[in-house]
Ligand binder design. Structure first.
Ligand code: ADP
Ligand code: MG
Length: 590
């Protein structure tokens, strides 16, 4: 066999390991969660591929995880029968930072240091494989991919900047498929090698893994055995030729070691919602989506009839910035409990709701479902519709919560996604509109809903008035407001660039039109024709003179009844863009 080859870690890996060891020391036990979740991912991948290629299972149909501890030597061995790794995959996966989880960890670490958040919080993060070095002096990964006929051993020591890879030669360590990972625990961490300790950690951290996890446990059973009875024997005297010795029965405990199933493998979404606690939903969420904060809301439901599926949806509490991000991996699709994919682009869930996370499990799709099938499928269309509806119910729930802060937080994090929805999803305008929030001329810098606006309308008021501006203060000082303030009509201040576009897409709310108060034909229902005629006569010439002076810079100069104290105002043409839209278009074309 060729000798072991030595490799250097990518520089970022060294830095990450350093960070992990120095910021997670108070939360070392997360290593087990990380390694078990990798084993579970590897099993998911194999199970998915085996749907179309059953040969993959020929070396053993079992898909499970086994954890063996050796407390005398201070080692923990985690064995999975998953997809394994080829030599190249070992280099790519365990020598560089390719995973999203670790990148996310680095980002959060940076943010939390800036905000000086409790570093325990970081302990809940997915820091991945390298967390093995939190507790280990040495880590050995022996792995066999179905793509390769050889089994390889990756080996590295803590605080070293390199690792080696060689072929597995120990016949005792050969496995038909999957990965066998051995941790050589640090002196102070050998306690993790106690079977009961590992059992407890698995129950704590890996309760939502959907493959069986077995731990190696010492067991005992009692049995009755016949033993010599020395007291009786004495009475018989010392004659050694006597063969008849009195016996008596005794109960003894026989000890042996065996695998014990340690987790509950029924997926949480198959359970009865009434029997699942909020804590369990939250734990499942954090485990599954590598999140560290509890979600703002969750919704667990089953739909029956035409299409049957089960789902749990969540609204996260963490901000998502990029609304155009396509690789959101927010919905995990299962078919008959087999994980299929989390890589969709709007087929299963609209992109503007990509901040919602969740799992969906259907019995009505084929296991080898492809993106093409998803795009064409009637089943998927129905699922999508129901999921969207449930997502809106869940968000509405947050907005109805007694705690106003919750929705404020939601709006701050995801408001722009809903505005995008006004543009992209006409069908759901009715569901989106009540969730929107705006500043207004009467709300004193607080956000209001359209329902609150409508409630506050004057009896004779027919429309919803708005003005778009680039800031709250320029909206407040717009001369257009004067007349409306006088009548105590509330005016929405659309100060976010996406506000005006969403309102014009909605067109109306509860049969009340959205009216831009900066447009020329604003009719507040208070026309006085006689008086207008008089004024026109008096100032007609002035208008002509101004138009002459300004020339092409303005379309028209007119008498208006829209102002009460300002002498004049620049209004936008009825069918033209508002001043704000022009600003936006100009900004975009630059
Ligand atoms: P992540 O799980 O977020 O991708 P990790 O650092 O936990 O990041 O793991 C890095 C990569 O190493 C995984 O993406 C996977 O490709 C590989 N890997 C780790 N453990 C296993 C395993 N038990 N079986 C197969 N591949 C594994
Ligand atoms: Mg991982």
């Amino acid at each position: 066999t060729p000798p072991a080859e030595k490799y250097e870690y990518q520089a970022e890996v060294n830095r990450l390991m350093d960070l992990i060891v120095h910021s997670l020391y108070s939360n070392k036990e997360v290593f087990l969660r990380e390694l078990v979740s990798n084993a579970s991912d590897a099993l998911d991948k194999l199970r998915y591929l085996s749907v179309t290629d059953s040969d993959l299972l020929k070396d053993g149909p079992e898909l499970d995880i086994r954890i063996q501890t050796d407390k005398d030597n201070g080692t923990i061995t985690i064995i999975d029968t998953g997809i394994g790794m080829t030599r190249q995959e070992l280099v790519d996966s365990l020598g560089t930072i390719a995973s999203s989880g670790t990148a996310k960890f680095l980002k959060a670490l940076k943010e939390s240091q800036e905000a000086s958040v409790d570093s325990n919080l970081i302990g809940q993060f997915g820091v991945g494989f390298y967390s093995a070095f939190l507790v280990s002096d040495k880590v050995v990964v022996s792995t066999k991919s179905p793509k390769s006929d050889k089994q390889y051993v990756w080996e590295s020591e803590a605080e070293s900047s390199s690792y080696t890879i060689r072929e597995e030669t120990d016949p005792e360590k050969l496995i038909p498929r999957g990965t066998r990972l051995t941790l050589y625990l640090k002196r102070d961490d050998k306690g993790f090698a106690h079977p009961e300790r590992i059992q407890k950690l698995v129950k704590n951290y890996s309760q939502f893994v959907s493959f069986p996890i077995y731990t190696w446990q010492e067991k005992g059973y009692t049995k009755e055995v016949e033993v010599d009875d020395p007291t009786e024997a004495k009475k018989e005297g010392d004659d050694e030729t006597k063969t008849e010795v009195k016996k008596k029965t005794k109960t003894v405990v026989e000890k042996y070691w065996d695998w014990e199933l340690t987790n509950e493998t029924q997926p949480i979404w198959l359970r009865n919602p009434r029997e699942v606690s909020t804590e369990e939903y939250n734990e499942f969420y954090k485990n599954t989506f590598n999140e560290y904060m509890d979600p703002l809301a969750s919704s667990h439901f089953t739909t029956e009839g035409e299409v049957e599926f089960r789902s749990i949806l969540y609204v996260p509490a963490t901000k998502k910035d990029d609304i155009t991000d396509r690789k959101t991996k927010n919905i995990r699709l299962y078919v008959k409990r087999v994980f299929i994919s989390d890589d969709f682009d709007g087929e299963l869930f609209p992109r503007y709701l990509s901040f919602v996370k969740g799992v969906v499990d259907s019995n009505d799709l084929p296991l080898n479902v492809s993106r093409e099938i998803l795009q064409e499928s009637r089943v998927v269309r129905i699922m999508r519709k129901r999921l969207v509806r449930k997502a809106f119910d869940m968000i509405l729930g947050i907005s109805c919560s007694e705690n106003r802060d919750d929705y404020e937080k939601f709006w701050e994090n995801y408001g722009k996604f809903l505005k995008l929805g006004c543009m992209e999803d006409k069908e759901n305008h009715k569901r989106i509109a009540p969730l929107l929030r705006f500043f207004s001329s009467q709300s004193n810098e607080e956000l209001i809903s359209l329902d609150e606006y409508v409630e506050n309308m004057k009896p004779e008021q027919k429309d919803i008035y708005y003005i778009a501006a680039d800031s709250l203060s320029s909206a407040k000082h717009a001369p257009f407001l004067e007349k409306l303030d006088e009548k105590e009509y509330e005016v929405l201040f659309l100060v976010d660039p996406m506000d005006e576009v969403s309102v014009t897409n909605l067109n109306s709310y509860k049969d009340k039109r959205f009216i831009d108060i900066s447009k020329e034909d604003l009719d507040l229902g208070d026309k006085n024709e006689e008086r207008e005629k008089e004024i026109k006569q008096e100032y007609g010439q002035t208008c002509d003179w101004i138009k002459k002076r300004l020339g092409d810079k303005v379309g028209r100069v007119d008498i208006s009844n829209r102002l009460s104290s300002s002498p004049c105002v620049l209004a936008a043409a009825k069918f033209g863009w508002s001043a704000n839209m022009e600003r936006l278009m100009r900004a975009q074309s630059m």
